[in-house]
Write a protein that binds this ligand. Structure first.
Ligand SMILES: NC(=O)C1=CN([C@@H]2O[C@H](COP(=O)(O)OP(=O)(O)OC[C@H]3O[C@@H](n4cnc5c(N)ncnc54)[C@H](O)[C@@H]3O)[C@@H](O)[C@H]2O)[C@@H](O)CC1
Ligand SMILES: Nc1ncnc2c1ncn2[C@@H]1O[C@H](COP(=O)(O)OP(=O)(O)O)[C@@H](O)[C@H]1O
Ligand SMILES: [K+]
Length: 511
């Protein structure tokens, strides 16, 4: 990838930002019709390559044309395929078309492309191109159109969506009334937020960006004043890792991480968190656990310094030893498996001037104490909730709709970096910037995989600035899940094996 392509692949925009960027191109003299030709030509080529890959030779193509320029794109694609010898037919559910779209419709008809009802189209085609709506969708799809969308979905035809699956809100990824379920989505120009929102995931299918050469200067000009949103690319994640190591390196240059985790009830949590931390390459690892866990941890993590803590009747950490010298640590991660009985350990941790990661019961204890306590911290705090933990921490923010907005608000409310776990993990930073993890696997939806992330993240925060470390850790953890699933199937990605794929992911990427 060129430098430009890399930069383009990181940008994520709203519908309003995309429109403002396009308007700059048009104002500078790029004719709207010329851009439509260019975009549609690129999509046609990509689509044909995909058909070839799928072994579809000369499929009969049904094209769904909407009223706006998304429909215009679809009509140019229909025309090109028709002229290349494909059997193409169009359906146009809504009467009135925008001027340019209308003019493509007239030309298409003059060439002899048939206009059919949806029923006729579904009977005659092998696959569908969805050009009903793109980022111009303004209101929920309802009535007769909603019925047609339902028919399209019921037909089980393969669907190739232009820009976005029609019916998906460009920014929040939510379904507006109803939406077409795509198998492939060709997102045009720049990544739209919906492509990285959990709510849209089941509608997007495989998503590709079609770069049509928007000048970086125009993107910069429009985004200069906005809160930014970035996709975490492999390139970005790997470049941040402390690799290669200088020849005269020594262990104290690679950070010292303190983990506070585990209980008799959740002893394995401490091991998984420790193994996640180990993979980060952190220079020194200390693990504070209830004292009875020490004999269990030493054989699993012989390199770690195990700090035995007095324990409660229930086998949780009762308190942290007062001999602990916080200054030794470049990062502290607390929470996996500690249980809510470890309540007394949180206040002293919040007072440290070390970067602090809170996960699992660390977060639940924080919601008991109140998130306002974070405002007093002198060092960065990183919170890594799943949706349930998020709701407890931020009862007034909905983590299941617009997740980008949710992490942004949570982060601004607390001054912490907030990572909302999910299929497309979203990370909000107090500056307003949001980072989104573009690839993952449901194989990770399994007890213990979050513990691995906490350890890995802790190890990287001990070595890197927190806002950078959290992007790398999120990407790395997800890629390890993907690689583990490829080699072991989705069923083989238990948390322990996940830790064994962390190093190989980086190795593969560097090769
Ligand atoms: N201008 C160009 O030449 C380019 C166009 N592109 C395409 O243009 C699209 C955006 O075009 P538009 O702004 O025309 O928007 P759309 O094509 O997404 O649709 C907007 C039209 O649909 C109507 N509409 C919105 N919601 C509706 C609803 N629920 N029920 C019925 N009608 C509804 C609107 O009144 C408007 O007429 C992009 O998604 C992309 O496909 C760009 O990607 C590339 C450059
Ligand atoms: N459907 C999914 N697709 C991709 N990743 C997922 C999915 N569900 C969960 N994950 C990831 O798995 C991890 C689960 O963490 P968490 O909920 O804390 O589990 P646990 O506490 O049991 O370890 C997170 O990193 C999350 O992003
Ligand atoms: K579409």
């Amino acid at each position: 990838m060129t430098d430009r392509q890399n930069q383009i692949s990181e940008v994520v925009v709203t519908a309003a930002e995309m429109r403002a960027i396009e308007n700059r191109l048009f104002a500078a003299g790029m004719p709207v019709a010329a851009l439509m030709e260019k975009v549609a030509g690129l999509v046609t080529r990509r689509m044909r390559a995909e058909w070839e890959r799928l072994g579809l030779t000369l499929p009969k193509v049904g094209v769904i044309v909407g009223p706006g320029h998304n429909g215009g794109d679809a009509l140019v694609i229909a025309r090109e395929l028709y002229l290349q010898g494909y059997d193409v037919a169009v359906t146009q559910p809504l009467g009135k078309l925008k001027e340019l779209t209308q003019s493509h419709a007239e030309y298409g008809k003059s060439l002899g492309i048939p206009w059919l009802s949806l029923e006729e189209l579904l009977q005659s085609c092998d696959l569908l191109i969805d050009g009903l709506f793109g980022f111009g969708l303004e209101r929920p799809i309802s009535g007769d159109l909603a019925e047609q969308v339902a028919q399209i979905n019921q037909s089980k035809k393969r669907v190739f969506s232009i820009d976005l699956p029609s019916g998906i809100h460009t920014d929040t990824g939510e379904v507006l009334g109803c939406a077409i379920r795509a198998d492939y989505t060709f997102c045009l120009g720049l990544w739209k937020r919906a492509c990285l929102q959990d709510g849209a995931l089941e509608f997007l299918g495989k998503v590709e960006l079609v770069d049509f050469g928007i000048p970086l200067g125009d993107i910069e000009a429009v985004l200069a004043e906005s809160s930014r949103c970035y996709r975490i690319t492999g390139q970005r994640a790997i470049a941040a890792l402390p690799l290669p190591r200088p020849l005269l390196f020594h262990k104290y240059k690679a950070g010292h991480l303190l983990l506070v985790c585990g209980s008799q009830e959740y002893a394995g949590s401490a091991i998984l968190t420790g193994l996640g931390a180990r993979a980060s390459g952190v220079g020194m690892l200390s693990i504070a656990v209830p004292q009875s866990l020490k004999p269990l941890l030493v054989p699993q993590l012989p390199e770690a310094l195990i700090i035995p803590c007095p324990e409660t009747d229930t086998g949780a950490i009762a308190e942290l030893p007062d001999t602990l010298n916080w200054d030794k640590y470049q990062a502290i991660a607390c929470g996996p498996g500690i249980t809510r009985s470890a309540a007394s350990i949180l206040p002293p941790l919040l007072q440290t001037s070390q970067p602090l990661i809170l996960d699992a019961d660390g977060l639940n204890l924080l919601s008991d104490l109140g998130i306002s306590l974070l405002k007093g911290r002198s060092a960065p705090t990183l919170l890594t909730p799943h949706a349930g933990e998020f709701k407890r921490l931020f009862p007034e923010i909905n983590p299941t709709g617009d997740r980008i907005q949710a992490v942004r608000e949570a982060s601004q409310q607390t001054g912490a970096i907030v990572l909302l776990k999910g299929a497309r993990t979203a990370i909000g930073s107090p500056t307003g910037t949001v980072y989104l993890n573009p690839e993952s696997t449901p194989a990770l939806a399994r007890g213990g995989s979050g513990d691995v992330l906490t350890g890995l993240l802790g190890g990287l925060v001990a070595q890197l600035p927190p806002e950078i470390a959290i992007q790398s850790a999120t990407w790395w953890h997800a890629q390890a899940g993907i690689l583990a699933a490829q080699e072991r199937t989705a069923l083989g990605v238990d948390a322990f094996h996940l830790t064994q794929y962390l190093a190989p992911v980086v190795q593969r990427f560097l090769m």
